[in-house]
Design a protein around this ligand. Sequence first.
Ligand code: NAP
Length: 228
Amino acid sequence: MDRPFTFINSAMSADGKISTWQRKQVRISGAIDFDRVDQLRATSDAVMVGIGTVLADDPSLTVKSAQRKGERKAKGLDENPIRIVIDSQARTPLEADIFKKGEGQRIVVVSSSAHSNKVEALRKKAKVIISGDIRIDLPDAMQQLHRLGIRHLMVEGGATLNWAMLSSGLVDEIYTFVGNIIIGGQMAPTLVDGEGFTDTSTLPLELISAEKIEKGLFLKWKVLNFLK
Ligand code: NAP
């Protein structure tokens, strides 16, 4: 199956949480890690999030460094990578920062059961791709994104989308910054939520690198996909 090279990038606490139980963003990393994330965005064709992250954090997902934006422009690219939302029911708010901030293309992936009025409204803000009946058919969506020329895809969460992508065998690498805080909370999202694997079907990884950055640890993992 033709799909983009795909990596997940996330910041998590020492106990593996990516936000609080109230789904409020917490500052987990510092300036050096923010810059690392900016570099990854600037060198990706597209950056993707789930609708849960858009509703919780309202991220703009833009490249922040003027130099990197300039380098993209010099290559004939938009300042920002294509920003993609996985959103079965077309719930992305029309006033979301992802639409308001920064130049560049936006794609919202919706299912065929999304309300047509909402889909038409989104079409004024973004290219809309239809995939799946109730929820997004992620393998199909990845093929559609590949057909649009997306070869290098950065997934920026959240926990539910990370699970869906990993359990569908659609992720090549995982990059995590592990910060020096504990967030705790049974209901707080972790790096990967969803239904979870069983004791006989866990997903193996291979450590590519581990580097101390500021007061935390940056880990790069290769996913040894059993589904390929
Ligand atoms: P999410 O993973 O961003 O989005 C999940 C939603 O995607 C689902 O509820 C579903 O909503 C939609 N979806 C569509 N098709 C799907 C499919 N095939 N499989 C799974 N989901 C599909 O939301 P989340 O799990 O609530 O995570 C949000 C939390 O993560 C927030 O608290 C945010 O702060 C945190 N976060 C942290 C970081 C970090 O690096 N620390 C990064 C990002 C997010 P529909 O059914 O309505 O489509």
